[in-house]
Write a new protein. Sequence first.
Length: 292
Amino acid sequence: VLGDLNVTSITPSSMQLQWSVPEDSFDSFMLQYRDAQGQPQALPIDGESRSVTVPGLSPSHRYHFHLYGLQGRRKIDHVSTEAVTGAEEPEELPLPSEKQKHEKPQNETPPSDAHPVQAVLGELRVSNITPSSVGLKWSVPEGSFDSFMLQYRDAHGQPQALAIDGGSHSVTVPGLSPSHRYRFHLYGLRGRKKTDRVSIDIITAEEPEELPLPTEEPQHEKPQTEAPASEATPATAVLEELSVSSVTPSSVQLQWTVPKGSFDSFVLQYRDAHGQPQALPIDGGSRSVTVP
């Protein structure tokens, strides 16, 4: 049985939804909705999750979300909710100077005596860069935040906002353009109030030339040919067959195995419907990915 579907966070371009499962369990979930152009969208969610952030929405637009609980491929329960995204994101606040940034907590000390520790954001750093995505990470050396908000402008100059739960200290920003400069602003929130901010400028990687796709025969022959040269390493890492585990009109879930050795990370490359190359970084412990 699915519990109520609730909206826990709203920005001009995203919504965070959460739900409960008061009885039994589901193998997976499926969130369906129509985008601002009226096109149906479907987002597959693993069975352990109880919340999801839906990105890429349009400001001041009403969305009707349907969450399905699945056992196998069968939809056995369904809850719905509707909500309106926030208004167009206002202009970015001017970046505070170092002097202003350090003075701000001092000025706020008297009213915040009720809080034992003033929450402080550590430096915003880059953990990964590809032509179409950036991985960011940060620390919270003092106190804690209820949530975070990452704001930036896309390659067309449109403001984007990504809501992040308070327990996370990293995020991957997908859908970026190659060789483009982005300025990211990370806000720490207590309730709905932005209490601290750190920023960083990043240029995405240049798009590499696509390697030709190997045919099945050379792909299987390559490890045999290279075996003598790789005997010095304890184990040669090997990728097993890439298979599709779930398909919707707007997403595909892929899975694979690593029968021998291990990899530090993976990169999934493909071309979108406009022929533009895309690259999705994946951590080395993962064996599946959903391409939205």
